[in-house]
Design a binder for this molecule. Structure first.
Ligand code: UD1
Length: 420
């Protein structure tokens, strides 16, 4: 990844006000990929304008789609899809490009791709995706770093996932939509983004039920139809804004949020001493001057999300007492803690456990974003620093956040962006 931008953060300001949550990155990516299942036109609304959605659009264009973007609306004309191979340089730009494999197989009965890229937060293999494909009768052959998937007819089958992988669940759903017969995915991931994918597929004419539970049933259909769909709000961006404000002892009204998706995060913020009120689509947070420490274990949904782990740790650096965090999903998701320690945090990592001793304030310095959520954690922590923090490599942050600096500045933060 190119390294060219930085945030200069002057901390110590209490953040207050209102913010609107953008559309979900992790829902947009599989839904953009799924649009190629329809030999027609799809309109998507509330798609965040971030690096990862831009890469997905670049890949769709490369496969032959005509894609137009007008603000948060994206129109995909997939009638001209004419390739089944995803070029390696695009595949390496983003791990979620693997989700196109399922959509391509569903549409073209074949797909060729290299091993996906993305943030370096662990091994992130794709064995569960490939096993699900094999269950559906797809032949897989690997050579010279490329994976070739082919089949004559896709026939619905039972698929049991060894682990409720989000990506493998989505890929299996995409392959099964146009298959002959019924596919049942057991031990499926239950994340809200899977429900959003189901809702989109059904609006396009698919027959999918059970998303949000651990068993998803897909009755294959012959054809899909043109549709429009509004992407759900980004629960991780919402959680990031909440932690950013909470770390400064401020208050926030979040709009266009689904508080139900944030239950495990809300519970932890309450344990930290925050007062939280919710309606169907708003959330009001009032933070105490100093937060309490909390313990966290990341788990598949509805457990505490791994994507919020770093962000909570960024917030807990200046909480009262000692917090213990256990990362159960990705084995290498603590790189950012070394950076936090460089500006005065006291974090000790042992294997999957991080022990965070709260300090009063963090100091000045330069820190480097090492992945998307780790980068956001540096921003959150810097908001409570005594002086000036420079966060470099913000390209990682821009992969997944739409105008994070502007949203925080509107709440009273002092963040400037340096390019180059
Ligand atoms: C998705 C999210 C990511 C989030 C993660 C877990 C998107 C675009 N990304 O990633 O933000 O952190 O869910 O909530 O939606 N695994 C295997 N073999 C596989 C697939 C996964 O061993 O074939 C392992 C992974 O290494 C990891 C765990 O399963 O340890 C969870 O991964 P998975 O749920 O697949 O995450 P992603 O879909 O990559």
């Amino acid at each position: 990844m190119k390294t060219c931008g930085s945030y200069i953060i002057r901390g110590g300001k209490k953040l207050e006000g209102e913010a609107v949550v953008s559309g979900s990155k992790n829902a947009s990516l599989p839904i953009l990929a799924a649009s190629i299942l329809n030999n027609g036109i799809t309109k998507l609304y509330n798609v965040p304008n971030i690096h990862d959605t831009k890469v997905m659009i670049e890949i769709l264009r490369n496969l032959g789609c005509k894609v137009k973007r007008v603000r948060d609306k994206i129109v995909i004309d997939a009638r001209s899809v004419n390739k089944q191979e995803i070029p390696e340089e695009l595949m390496r730009k983003m791990r979620s490009s693997v989700i196109l494999a399922g959509a391509l197989i569903g549409r073209m009965n074949s797909a060729t791709f290299s091993c996906p890229g993305g943030c370096d937060i662990g091994a992130r293999p794709i064995d569960l995706h490939l096993k699900a494909f094999e269950n559906l009768g797809i032949k897989i052959c690997e050579n010279t770093g490329y994976i070739h998937c082919t089949c004559d007819t896709i026939v619905g089958e039972k698929i049991h996932l060894d682990f409720p992988s989000v990506g493998a669940t989505e890929n299996a759903m995409l392959v099964a939509v146009l298959a002959k017969g019924t596919t049942i995915i057991s031990n499926a991931a239950m994340e809200p983004e899977i429900i959003d994918l189901q809702n989109f597929l059904n609006k396009m004419g698919a027959k999918v039920t059970g998303a949000g539970t651990n068993e998803i049933v897909i009755q294959g259909v012959e054809k899909l139809k043109d549709t429009g769909y509004q992407i759900m709000p980004d629960r991780i961006e919402a959680g990031t804004l909440l932690c950013a404000v909470a770390t400064t002892g401020g208050n926030l009204k979040l709009k266009k949020v689904i508080p139900d998706h944030l239950t495990p995060v809300i519970e932890k913020l309450k344990e930290c001493g925050c007062k939280i009120e919710t309606t169907k689509d708003t959330l009001i947070l009032q933070a105490p001057k100093k937060l309490n420490s909390v313990d966290i274990k990341t788990m598949p949904y509805p457990g505490f999300p791994t994507d919020m782990q770093a962000i909570l740790v960024g917030m807990l650096c200046t909480a009262k007492g000692t917090s213990i965090v256990v990362e159960n999903i990705f084995e290498n998701r603590y790189k950012y803690t070394n950076e936090l320690n460089r500006i005065g945090a006291k974090i000790m990592v042992e294997g999957r456990t991080a022990i965070i001793k709260g300090v009063r304030k963090l100091g000045n310095g330069t820190v480097e974003a090492t992945d998307l959520r780790g980068g956001a954690a540096l921003v959150v922590a810097s908001l409570r620093s005594n002086g000036k923090t420079k966060v470099t490599n913000i390209e990682y942050i821009l992969r997944g956040y739409e105008n994070l600096d502007e949203k925080l500045n509107a709440l009273g933060a002092n963040i400037t962006k340096e390019v180059g």
